[in-house]
Ligand binder design. Structure first.
Ligand SMILES: Cc1cc2nc3c(=O)[nH]c(=O)nc-3n(C[C@H](O)[C@H](O)[C@H](O)COP(=O)(O)OP(=O)(O)OC[C@H]3O[C@@H](n4cnc5c(N)ncnc54)[C@H](O)[C@@H]3O)c2cc1C
Length: 475
């Protein structure tokens, strides 16, 4: 077995008062033991189902704190977790008993509008990046929620609203500054440590801490042509095939997804969708609004919707943050796979599962892939095979902890059933909760890249210090 998962990380922190005080003097960021009054407020990750108690949290303020933190973990044999946005559904941003390097205060973003590049510190979120880039009418291909961390999303690939036009988030990396397991600070780019640069584009946090990442940025918005159309859930059986055909016929400027979900009964939502089970068609034109409006309008004409929200969220930033609130305060369990075709059989399967969701917060998410994402070969970056035109993700969530087990079982069952569909394979590792089936799909997803990943791991992290992740063991 070439991979292993986070929960056997070992290496507990034990410090006496004198040692703790010495560390507090050494680090510029706060050093929090479990006795610290702010420890509980800081230790949580996005998924409420993950309740880890690290032995020590260091809120890094810069490269020096990260270097000393990595050295501390290595020298004392502490299990080490690196936390950025804290969104990994398997809780890879924390570790029981070990040391967490919390990068959230390292969230600087510097845009170079002339060269269309952006330098982002390793703990920033996509909302922070969009804030700085959108003032220049630029965007980096990131995720679809503003609170997700740039670090984890990019190192694991990164899909969003721009991936068909400009590729995965990791495809837009120009370079990254990495603190290695040895404590050494190095640059990874096409010219410097190219093997490391290859590995961090899809290989996750296995190779070191990315203290900053420089990206290509592209002209987007601020006003964008987009569609967000809510249909009654039952209409999905007719709308999804029509959406699939349209999605496959439009150019790479369009990234689109279909979603099955339930809207909460809250006044912030338009009355026709409050408390409704819905099937949502969403699409964005990556580029000038006037050029794309006509194409995007086609996505608003599928069926007879409950509500067309498209005109209410005209800017890229607003779209990026539009679903944030619905993704918070959830006990979550997610699994995904890729589909070589979204056949009528697959659509019928997904539709049936959608009508049988165990909780209103359970989302079924079908983003289209292809476009620029598929133009890179599997071996060009660690990410692996990119040929499937669709992803299918079962994003289980509930606000009721007592319902979590039911939701988790439903996700497991749904994905196992989907794996029997024609052309089903792999998994998007940024969307995978931990369990034994993930070991299998991690290996399947990396495919022919796994051996090279293990060799790069041996070179940069022979002791597997960075193992709280979709772990690649050195070989
Ligand atoms: C609500 C929600 C929406 C999402 N939307 C999308 C989406 O649109 N597109 C998409 O592709 N994914 C999406 N994801 C999945 C997301 O990409 C992964 O959860 C990703 O791991 C999150 O990164 P993070 O930095 O927030 O998480 P964390 O939990 O902090 O980190 C995840 C992993 O990355 C490592 N890591 C993080 N930062 C660094 C760093 N600077 N250097 C080294 N290692 C690091 C961590 O050690 C850990 O192993 C979403 C997740 C959630 C919960």
């Amino acid at each position: 077995m070439a991979t292993s998962l986070a929960h056997d990380a070992g290496g507990e922190v034990h410090l006496d008062a004198e040692e703790l005080s010495a560390l507090s003097m050494q680090f510029r960021g706060a050093v929090l033991s479990p006795d610290d009054p702010s420890y509980d407020a800081v230790r949580g990750v996005q998924n409420l189902a993950i309740d880890r108690h690290p032995g020590l949290i260091i809120r890094c303020s810069g490269e020096a704190d990260v270097i000393d933190g990595v050295n501390l973990a290595r020298e004392r044999g502490y299990a080490l977790a690196v936390r950025s946005g804290g969104h990994h559904v398997g809780g890879h941003g924390s570790v029981d008993g070990g040391l967490v390097l919390d990068l959230r205060n390292m969230n600087g973003v510097w845009v170079d509008p002339a060269n269309r590049t952006v330098r982002v510190q390793g703990g920033a979120t996509w909302g922070q990046v969009d804030r700085e880039t959108q003032v220049f009418g630029l965007a980096v291909p990131g995720g679809v929620v503003s609170t997700t961390g740039v670090g984890g999303l990019t190192l694991g690939g990164g899909i969003g609203w721009l991936h068909r036009r400009w590729g995965l988030a990791c495809d837009n990396l120009v370079s990254a500054t990495i603190v290695l397991a040895s404590g050494e600070l190095v640059t990874a780019s096409e010219d410097q440590n190219p093997d490391l640069f290859w590995a961090i584009r899809g290989g996750g946090g296995n190779f070191g801490v990315a203290v900053d990442l420089t990206f290509h940025a592209h002209p987007v918005g601020p006003d964008v042509a987009l569609a967000t159309v809510f249909h009654p859930i039952e209409a999905g059986a007719e709308i999804v095939p029509a959406w699939r055909d349209l999605a496959l016929s439009v150019g790479d400027e369009v990234t689109t997804r279909a979603l099955y979900w339930s809207m909460p009964p809250v006044d912030e939502l338009p009355p026709p969708v409050q408390g409704r089970d819905v099937m949502i068609v969403a699409a964005l034109w990556a580029g000038d609004r006037s050029e794309g409006q006509e194409v995007i309008d086609e996505f608003t004409r599928l069926g007879d919707p409950l509500f067309d929200m498209s005109g209410f969220i005209p800017t890229y930033r607003a779209f990026q943050a539009g679903f944030d609130a619905l993704t918070e305060n959830l006990y979550s369990y997610w699994k995904s796979l890729y589909l070589d075709e979204l056949s009528d059989e697959a659509i019928a399967y997904v539709h049936d599962r959608a009508l049988d969701r165990p909780d209103p917060a359970v989302l079924i998410h079908m983003p289209i892939m292809g476009g620029a994402t598929a133009r890179a070969a599997a071996e060009d970056t660690a990410f692996g095979d990119r040929n499937a035109p669709f992803m299918l993700s079962f994003d289980g969530g509930t606000r009721d902890p007592a319902a979590f087990g039911k939701v988790r079982d439903w996700v497991r069952e749904s994905v196992e059933g989907a794996r029997a569909l024609q052309g089903a394979r792999g998994a998007y590792l940024n969307f995978s909760a931990d369990d034994s089936t993930d070991r299998r799909v991690i290996e399947q997803q990396y495919g022919g890249n796994l051996a090279r990943l293990q060799a790069v791991k041996r070179m940069y992290d022979p002791g597997n210090l960075f193992r709280v992740n979709n772990n690649i063991e050195p070989a």
